[in-house]
Ligand binder design. Structure first.
Ligand SMILES: N[C@@H](CCC(=O)N[C@@H](CS)C(=O)NCC(=O)O)C(=O)O
Length: 102
């Protein structure tokens, strides 16, 4: 089974980041953590990839921008996270970017 690349941008001392990583770990998927606490270049790249969103975490599954922890959690509650994690992410989720929550 092909697993999508999962990127999660975090900072230190970020409760939402910890919660998001815990949820992903619970799903048994591997992810790449990018700590932007002291990395302005990667932080700028995160904001660009996230269409201007500046809070952490920002989570990307394959080609899909999931958003923050609230978005990840809502996706899971809606039963849409598992399918996303087992596809390449492309096209699996049409609405993830539409309701940013700070
Ligand atoms: N609703 C967001 C909240 C994220 C959030 O508030 N993150 C904090 C750090 S834990 C943050 O980025 N604070 C800085 C800011 O709001 O600019 C989510 O679920 O990810």
């Amino acid at each position: 089974m092909t697993m999508p690349q999962i990127d999660i941008y975090t900072t230190r001392y970020c409760p939402y980041c910890i919660a998001a990583k815990r949820l992903l770990s619970h799903k048994g998927v591997a992810f790449t953590e990018i700590d932007v606490s002291r990395d302005q270049v990667e932080r700028s790249r995160m904001v660009m990839r996230a269409n201007g969103r500046m809070t952490v975490p920002q989570i990307f599954v394959g080609a899909t921008h999931v958003g923050g922890y609230d978005d990840l959690y809502a996706l899971d509650r809606a039963g849409k996270l598992d399918p996303l994690l087992t596809t390449d992410g492309a096209g699996a989720l049409a609405t993830a970017d539409q309701e940013p929550s700070a």
